[in-house]
Design a binder for this molecule. Sequence first.
Ligand code: GDP
Length: 446
Amino acid sequence: SFTIAIIGRPNVGKSTLFNRLVGQKLALVDDQPGVTRDRREGLGRLGDLEFTIIDTAGLDSGPRGSLTARMQEQTETAIAAADALMFVIDARAGLTPNDRAFADFARRANKPALLLANKSEGKQGEAGIAESYALGLGDPIGISAEHGEGMGDLYDALRELMPEPIEDEDEGDADEDNADDPTRPIRVAVLGRPNAGKSTLINHLLGEERLLTSPEAGTTRDSIAVDVEWKGRRLRVFDTAGLRRRSRIDDKLEKLSVSDALRAVRFAEVVVLVMDAQNRFEEQDLRLADLVEREGRALVLAVNKWDLVERAPSAIGKLRETADHLLPQVRGAPVVAISGLMGEGIDRLIGAIEKAYATWNKRIPTSALNRWFEQATRNNPPPAVSGRRLKLNYVTQTKARPPSFVVFCSRADAVPQSYLRYLTNTLREAFDLPGTPVRITLREKA
Ligand code: GDP
């Protein structure tokens, strides 16, 4: 995806900007023990724009006021990996020699750059903004990363600079029309932390024979898809070259890069999140699950290495409870205990994939939908806002994959999030839509 590096001298607010664009929850940072990374990557969003964002704030540890060789090197690496730059200054502090040094890098990179004059809340940044024209990085955009000011201007500038979003060709109607065709392969991505057992599982699905004949993509990290058939059900499994290579230690780090994960998720109709039963539902697992939900894909949770843990009869039920508790946004997502190594639970996993896929494709008749809607709004009417009653009129399903609905109402901005959650949850229950992302948007009746 389109990649942006945030650069600038220490303390100008790079991390704050990173967090604002990424949202705390989605900062996918590698949590491999013993590995500290000098940069963080995340999935950024601003309005409808999506991009990968690299933060170089980890470099801020250099001696004050100096630009150490290490910082210089890391900044250059980040710049090289980026399609565009966000160059940040502190508008209240004015320009320093370090700003000029970093600006030199940015200019030399010859990549599109946005000059962001941060900490410009109120009028406090005016002098700094005027001064910053001198950096030769174009017109400054005054923002406050901390208070969220100037994001509209940033959006406009970013939109100019980013390529037009390409419609995912696989998202077209053809797929939806063929969704019930059992001979059409379901597109599946297998995600998870390093060592969770993804390769082992994929190898098991592929079988020895196919492993030998599968295309060898060589040294590139290009993604490929392999077709797998399991008892008559065809799956097209997204793979990254090297996933099936014997992974070397240094490869493991790369496997979780945000852009890889995002590419896999966008490719997939169903994402299988593989967790290690010995340490399941870790932070990173939850972030990946959240990414899947945000991208609107169906999710199946596979708890792997089940052969290594004690299997009390109640264990599966407990997994279910934990999943619903930690991942309320995909309540009811299927949880399957497997052993990729021993080949246990694979039939159930394939069954769960098929079921999740069917749920994700579900269309609900409008009449049934409105019967549910009347009852749900009668049982728990929407709250009045500043003394005025809020009227919800009716609901309609706009699309499947994932199931998406529009509720027509008198004042869209007055419906609280908690009420939307209530509607979403009762809708899930009424129409048996466990696990799948469900989208409800509000529209004012014309
Ligand atoms: P990946 O990084 O997610 O692709 O993980 P790998 O497939 O390379 O597996 C990491 C390690 O866990 C390897 O040593 C595997 O043999 C082992 N492993 C994977 N699945 C299982 C399983 O179901 N049971 C057991 N006991 N070990 C497993």
